[in-house]
Design a protein around this ligand. Structure first.
Ligand SMILES: *Cc1c(COP(=O)(O)O)cnc(C)c1O
Length: 245
């Protein structure tokens, strides 16, 4: 069983979201991207269905779930709110059906075998699934995702599968207070995305829609936006500290 938490009674998702939105706007303006429309994805892992739905009712349209056991529980309530749900945690192939049932996008494609499974499931469900390729730009062994050198190859092979649209690239940044080191990783992801778009423009790849960069979290979203993020994934800044964290 999954033990899901409910936030304290005075939790106010609308004002938390407004604070994060203000941070995003300031960050956009400070790096010359005013009006860029960086999207806020609220990571709702460990929180119960009411809390996740509460975020959506407060105006959060993008929700991220990390664990498929939780998504199976919260999925119906989230769907009822009209949220777009993204999978942001490592996805095992034997849990892929849960993702296809409840999510609009899987941000964590890290192997062709997983992409093939998602493609088959999407075809069975007669729907199109958005996917992003997760890249390990931090150099840390513990971080999920493919190596930067493999990212374009995996993206191209994934885009060739029916039922899937590759919408961009995702990374979990270096967990460090060293701004230059963290930003270097984000810059790497952006370079991969830029190459995908340039090669598509030349007709050498078919990744025209792969323009999203999902990078940055509560602690470092400003750095990610400065490096070109189009989606920042925010958990604690909206939900409060995770229980037990
Ligand atoms: C939990 C999570 C986040 C949000 O983390 P915070 O530090 O709480 O903002 C972002 N991305 C992924 C992949 C996560 O699992």
């Amino acid at each position: 069983m999954t033990d899901l938490a409910s936030p304290p009674a005075d939790w106010d998702p609308a004002s938390r979201l407004a604070e994060v939105r203000a941070r995003v706007h300031v960050a956009e303006a400070q790096c010359g991207r005013a009006g860029a429309g960086v999207q806020i994805l609220v990571a709702t892992k460990t929180w119960d269905a009411d809390a996740a739905a509460g975020v959506v009712r407060a105006g959060g349209t993008l929700v991220g779930e990390s664990r498929m056991q939780e998504l199976a529980v919260k999925g119906p309530a989230l769907r009822a709110t009209g949220a777009r749900v993204h999978v942001i945690g490592q996805l095992q192939r034997n849990k892929a059906a849960i993702a296809v049932e409840h999510a609009t996008c899987v941000q964590t494609v890290d192997s062709l075998r997983l992409a093939e499974r998602l493609s088959r499931l999407a075809l069975e469900a007669e729907r199109d699934l958005e996917v992003m390729v997760q890249v390990n730009v931090s150099g840390e062994d513990s971080k999920a995702g493919v190596e930067p050198e493999e990212a374009l190859g995996l993206a191209a092979a994934t885009a060739a599968l029916p039922g899937l649209t590759v919408t961009g690239f995702m990374t979990i940044g270096l967990n460090s207070p060293d701004e230059q080191a963290v930003r270097a990783g984000y810059r790497r992801l952006r370079a991969i995305r830029d190459e995908a778009l340039i090669l598509s423009e030349r007709g050498e790849l078919d990744l025209r829609e792969a323009w999203h960069l999902s990078m940055g979290m509560s602690a470092d979203l400003e750095w990610a936006i400065a490096e070109g993020a189009t989606i920042v994934r925010v958990g604690s800044a909206v939900m409060g500290p995770r229980p037990g964290a």
